[in-house]
Ligand binder design. Structure first.
Ligand SMILES: [Zn+2]
Length: 64
């Protein structure tokens, strides 16, 4: 298997604590006040996973 030369940036993340919440940076998340195009690093420090209340540092990139 050969990887493409130009991979898409990883834009989807999942909460590693509850494994229920997923975030797509192309769409943002209106439910938690995140605008489209925002990466988790740009979330407010007060952001919490809507499922388990964990901080943004627990969002891990999904590679699919
Ligand atoms: Zn969570």
């Amino acid at each position: 298997m050969v990887l493409p030369l130009h991979r898409e940036a990883m834009t989807r993340y999942r909460c590693s604590v509850c494994n229920m919440y997923t975030y797509d940076s192309e769409k943002g998340d209106p439910g938690t006040g995140i605008l489209p195009g925002t990466e988790p690093a740009g979330f407010p420090d007060s952001w919490k996973c809507p499922f388990c209340g964990s901080a943004k540092i627990h969002l891990k990139p999904l590679d699919d």
